[in-house]
Design a protein around this ligand. Sequence first.
Ligand code: CAA
Length: 369
Amino acid sequence: MARQFARAELAPIAKEIDEEGRFPWEAVEKMGPLNFFGMQAPRAYGGAEMDTLSYCLAIEEISRVCAAVGLTIAVHNSVVVYPLSKFGDDRQKAKFLAPLAAGEKIGAFCLTEPNAGSDAMAIESTAIREGDAYVVNANKIFVTNGGVADTLIIFVSVNPDDVKKGFSAILVERGTPGFEVGLLENNCGMRANPVCSIALTDCRVPKENLLGREGDGFKVAMAALDTGRIGIAAQAVGIGQGALDVSLKYAKERIQFRVPIARHQAIQMMLADMGTMVEAARLLTLQAAYVKDQGGEVAGPSAMAKLFAGRTASKVVSMGVQIHGGYGYSRDYPIERYFRDARATEIYEGTNEIQQIVIARELLKREEE
Ligand code: CAA
């Protein structure tokens, strides 16, 4: 279904929405009833309760055609709906989960700040308890889905003197007085996703919106990212597969030296490497999904999958550009969009270097055991 939907609804608009930097409401509104926004949410809240393996296949198929929409649903499902399902209380689930799972509301995850990227613990945003509310002051940047999100998980400290002790997650609704959507980031790729800054100034948020307890926020963030990274790996696989698809097509059409360039061994070798690399990244991604579905420890496998799949996507799209030659450098061919989109998968939800830190820690832990 994801493959059919991507081909029928996203393929015709992928180029245009990238060029215009436009969020494709017309397609997104059709994705809600198909459960793309509640893929793993509990059935009791209208979700599809799919396993992670199926979730990865769906993200791959959407990203294969339009990575910016793949990003919208990956972030919504894995770093918003998932932590809400895992850490939310009954009241929070009743209020927030059903409209998110139905795609009536879109979610965002707000961790990054101007001075807190890889060093997530360095956040400066605060939530100070005043009576039955928290007064939130936050300056979040690079918020995926930020321009269209209604329900946002904002990471703050309830204790500015000890950020670690006070690190907390709070649910904030768009439209709360003091909530402001900032300018769109002028990103190189994923341009149909409204990535932007979000500012909260003296924003009074009901105390019931705290997700987990005070001080639990870092664990909420890490648990969300451990899952989210599997989705980003699936996205990178989809981009790599999409780059391979268009390169195969081009190689069969383009005539040089009187034959389609697919007949030249130099091109065949690139295609062979691209196919092998994408397949390896896919298997590592599905393995991480399998570990998650089995209830295993997922931090290491998801970091490995994201690291490998992100690097693979970048290498594969670059080879795809090479196969296209001069046309690969032109905005008229889709490989150029894949080339820009792929790069982000090595950066968001933790850079390659952060994944290496997580992987090394896991390996050393195993060694000690
Ligand atoms: N699961 C549960 N708990 C975890 C954890 C995990 N995966 N990783 C760490 N923790 C716990 C630790 O056990 C520790 O707990 P105690 O204090 O009780 O011992 C606590 O959290 C602090 O851990 P560390 O000392 O390891 O923390 P650190 O400051 O060294 O940072 C890090 C660890 C892995 C580098 C982390 O900072 C990190 O992942 N950074 C990258 C952040 C990131 O991915 N940002 C992307 C933002 S989202 C985005 O991209 C936008 C989008 O919308 C797509």
